[in-house]
Design a protein around this ligand. Sequence first.
Ligand code: NAD
Length: 384
Amino acid sequence: MRVLIVGGDGYCGWPTALRLSARGHSVAIADNFSRRRIGRDLGIESLVPIFPLEDRVAAWHETGGEAIAYHDIDVAEQYAALVALISEQKPEAVIHFGEQRSVPYSMMSIEAGRYTIRNNLMSTTNILDALVQTETDAHVIHLGSIGVYGYETLGYEIPEGYQKVRHVDTNGELGPEHETLHPFNPVSKYHLSKALDHLGLAYYAAKHDLRITDLCQGTVWGAETDETRRDPRLANRFDYDPVYGTVLNRFALQAAMGEAISVYGTGDQTRAFIHLEDVLGCIDGAISSPPAVGDRVKVVNQITESMRIRDLAQLFAELSNSEIVHLVSPRSEPDGNELDARNQGMRDFGVSPTFISRENVSALIDFARRHADLADTKQLYPDT
Ligand SMILES: NC(=O)c1ccc[n+]([C@@H]2O[C@H](COP(=O)([O-])OP(=O)(O)OC[C@H]3O[C@@H](n4cnc5c(N)ncnc54)[C@H](O)[C@@H]3O)[C@@H](O)[C@H]2O)c1
């Protein structure tokens, strides 16, 4: 299948490009390298050095992979170039990772928030419009966030995208049951952009018959895949800083360095997680089972498990004999919450999940230990 991966230079996009290429798909990447630029501007770097995209794809080819095409396009701003690329490649699937994905970044300043909303909304809308304009029947797989439903305790299992409702009519009688998008409760401008994406996707599925899957992803953890291990030039990024670092990756490096495991606030926050390998499994499953033309957006909660941050920290502390410190939370979010979300879609994809087990966490700490001499300890604790 011809697959266009937007944001294919990023943490999830790069290993996806390699996996799909290894599976025999014809892969092209579009990326504007904004993630690398933001990192440079903020003075934060991936723990594992990542090579320029041209070196990455050359290394893939040299180590036996098929050629991967790549295009320096800002899909939010360069609509004509995107249309030209889609006309030329004629993708059968477009996987859209190309958004600004840091919650703290989106809340750093008015300008960073405006950029996040503009970039994320326009990248999604431009991709959808370009498919409509070029009459390309490609399955769009969009990466959303499970955080769009907020971090209040809901007291029920969050369904996959849609909830059943019955309206009360003017006589006070309950009307028939139907389904509607589950309400959103974004806690950041990043989550607001993802909630708005949902509406945009629903519109293009309904009005333009686009086939769309929306993967509402949890926080991703993990470092390597079989493909990224083939050559150091294929390495994936590993972010641990307070802006782009995800919590498990940061805890792993803190544990590897014998530094205190830093919990924001009480640690009673519950978050949903998924291992990078399972992200690839879900993408594979999504590609193989597209919705039909005319279907509503297929929403999948792309999460393996939910855990309290306090319990996670305890696990890392035990495995490394590190202390736990509770820092004043730099985030504006509830001190604690329960989070229960359905993940039937992911099971239907046949993904056999990688859990946050002692064994898997030890392997992650070992990985971080192998690269710990490159760590910048100033990046371990929040200043945002
Ligand atoms: N990593 C996570 O824990 C996580 C969790 C939930 C959802 N997601 C979502 O998954 C997707 C991928 O996340 P990631 O961790 O790989 O992020 P990332 O920042 O590592 O990768 C995103 C890539 O998209 C590119 N990009 C951004 N805007 C672009 C534009 N306008 N045009 C072209 N390229 C653009 C960036 O340069 C980067 O290479 C994002 O949409 C993110 O919101 C990620």
